[in-house]
Design a protein around this ligand. Structure first.
Ligand code: FAD
Length: 533
């Protein structure tokens, strides 16, 4: 198979034109090409002309001769092998089943891979199965009723279930593990296009049924998923984990425990600290969600091509390095989506964003956040949690209770005055917003850096500084505020058999990277079991 990169065609081209371009580039007859697959499709809007840019893998006659002919052409090369190969197989007599705590993307992939290698994992998930969890989550959005064990953060599918389902990441991935994640998603019902478009997304509805299908596969391979089973303690023996203790007091023994907790398992982090598991504070970011009309973003990004079906709703990615040393950036942008209430704790307000596959809601939203570091919240590994909690409680109070979020018009935020009414942009956050002054609860250095960033962002996205754009707060759970540090064997630095994984442990940020980390962890667990470690 040959790979050709940078094949460019206009937006409205046919499949035949792509085939002709391939033959033309390779200078071969159409009959010589047995078939081709699109490995990646992105777009290029330079010089005001929108084009689609392809990387294709071509099955062609006389491949070796072509490789010689195109030697020195960096656009033609042998297609790399992106297949996944298992690193171990469970012994016939498996003495103990590994435990996976948490069934978010990281736990799902850890369990799936362990099951595929024959290790029959037991998954312990504190929340409920995804359909029931969906009802509970809507309970907060529609009726201001929070279930602290079944919500946006906790339950089958993990934190990204009610999301835009963006599936890209900037992690280094020399083994193409991201491809394995995407391939499994497609098997579970995701659209095939996620395998080749540059910035794929799935949207909430599809994620729900995909998660159920992945659960079914794990079970069919001998794994087990137990819901409403919160791990409240570790059983330790001289620096070796021997199992876990559940909220109901029962114990499950295993010398191999994956902790795929997500960034919101604050009670579990506290337990780990009490048990002496090595952790350290790490940087994260805080800020607000910003909402603009999606049509404004489409116009700014696509110009005359706005509304073209192949482009869909436009996204953006913005960064500004402020003069006070802070990075201000857009986070988890959701085109055509809604801002959601994402708390897992009572009397706290946290924002995030989600969308459906169609991305056809009126507004675009994204986190508008500022980097912070452990110097901003000194006091040990858990100090970041306290910092988040304090901000989330202040947001609840400023919102006026009942999980209403404090909100402000961008124009008022820039002018340093409280908002009293909405303008042309209707915020999507439910149960509702209270217009106020967000600078009252954000640290001064954030406010300063955010105000400085706005004109810079508006230079990249015309209209970003729209006076009526709505800021809703607070965005505090951008990533884990701590790291459960692991060694080269992917085990905790000081507890053998404990495998901290995914976003909560500080080793992933987003669905794809959490899935990839789940695969790596499954491999490490499998290799440790096979080696008798
Ligand atoms: P999680 O998904 O958080 O899963 C952890 C699981 O562990 C949870 O189900 C929790 O209930 C369980 N758990 C915790 N403690 C215990 C315990 N003691 N016992 C048993 N179970 C426990 N990322 C993207 O890439 N694209 C997006 O579009 C996107 N949108 C998002 C939208 C929202 C609203 C949110 C909240 C997040 C979004 N993210 C998105 C981030 C993404 O969801 C996370 O990065 C990802 O889910 C992390 O995966 P994880 O498996 O490490 O942790």
């Amino acid at each position: 198979m040959l790979r050709i990169t940078e094949l460019k065609l206009p937006l409205d081209h046919t499949e035949q034109e792509l085939a002709e371009l391939i033959c033309g580039y390779l200078k071969v007859a159409a009959d010589d090409v047995r078939g081709f697959t699109v490995f990646k499709r992105s777009y290029d809007a330079r010089k005001g002309v929108m084009s689609l840019v392809y990387i294709v893998d071509v099955d062609v006659a006389n491949e070796d001769k072509l490789l010689v002919r195109f030697k020195g052409d960096r656009r033609v090369m042998p297609a790399p092998d992106t297949n996944y190969y298992y690193v171990a197989q469970a012994p016939e007599t498996l003495k103990q089943r590994p435990l996976v705590v948490g069934f978010g993307p990281c736990g799902i992939f850890a369990a799936l891979l362990l099951a595929q290698m024959g290790f029959k994992p037991i998954v312990l998930e504190r929340g409920k199965e995804v359909r029931q969890r969906t009802k509970d989550t809507w309970g907060l959005w529609r009726k201001s009723e929070l279930n602290t064990e079944s919500n946006v953060q906790y339950g089958e599918g993990g934190a990204g279930t009610f999301s835009d389902g963006k599936l890209y990441s900037q992690i280094k991935d020399p083994r193409h593990l991201g491809r394995k994640v995407l391939t499994e998603f497609v098997k579970a019902g995701a659209p095939e296009e996620i395998l080749y478009i540059a910035k794929p997304h799935i949207g909430t509805f599809r994620l729900v049924s995909m998660v159920e299908n992945m659960r079914a596969e794990i079970e069919a391979l001998g794994g087990e998923i137990r819901f409403q089973q919160r791990v409240d303690d570790l059983i330790l023996d001289n620096g070796q984990v021997r199992g876990v203790r559940l909220a109901d007091g029962s114990e499950i023994l295993s010398d191999h425990v994956v902790l795929a907790l997500g960034h919101s398992a604050r009670d579990t982090f506290q337990m780990l600290e009490k048990r002496g598991v090595y952790m350290e504070a790490k940087p994260f970011s805080i800020g607000v969600r910003i909402e603009h009309p999606q049509s404004l973003i489409d116009q700014a990004r696509w110009g005359k091509y706005a509304g073209h079906p192949i482009l869909g709703a436009a996204d953006y990615k913005l960064v500004h390095h402020a003069s006070n040393g802070r990075a201000v950036y857009s986070f988890c942008m959701c085109p055509g989506g809604t801002v959601v209430a994402a708390t897992s704790e009572e009397k706290r307000v946290v924002t995030n964003g989600m969308s459906q596959y169609s991305r056809n809601e009126r507004n675009a939203n994204s986190g508008f956040v500022v980097s912070i570091s452990p110097e901003d919240y000194p006091g040990g590994p858990l100090a970041g949690l306290d910092f988040q909690r304090e901000l989330e409680s202040k947001a609840y109070e400023l919102g006026g209770g009942d999980y209403f979020a404090p909100a402000q018009l961008l124009g008022d935020f820039m002018a340093g005055k409280a908002s009293t009414q909405l303008g042309s942009v209707e915020p999507s956050y439910k149960p509702g917003v209270t217009m106020t002054d967000l600078a009252r609860i954000l640290p001064d250095f954030c406010v300063e850096a955010m105000r400085e960033a706005i004109p810079h962002f508006a230079r990249q996205i015309r209209g970003y500084d729209l006076q009526d754009a709505v800021l809703t707060g607070l965005e505090t759970r951008t990533s884990s505020p701590l790291r459960i540090t692991r060694g080269d064997d992917l085990q905790s630095l000081n507890v053998k058999g404990l495998f901290p994984a995914g976003e909560g442990a500080g080793y992933a940020g987003g669905i794809l990277s959490a899935g990839v980390d789940g695969i790596k962890i499954a491999e490490a667990v499998a290799q440790a079991i096979v080696a008798g470690r």
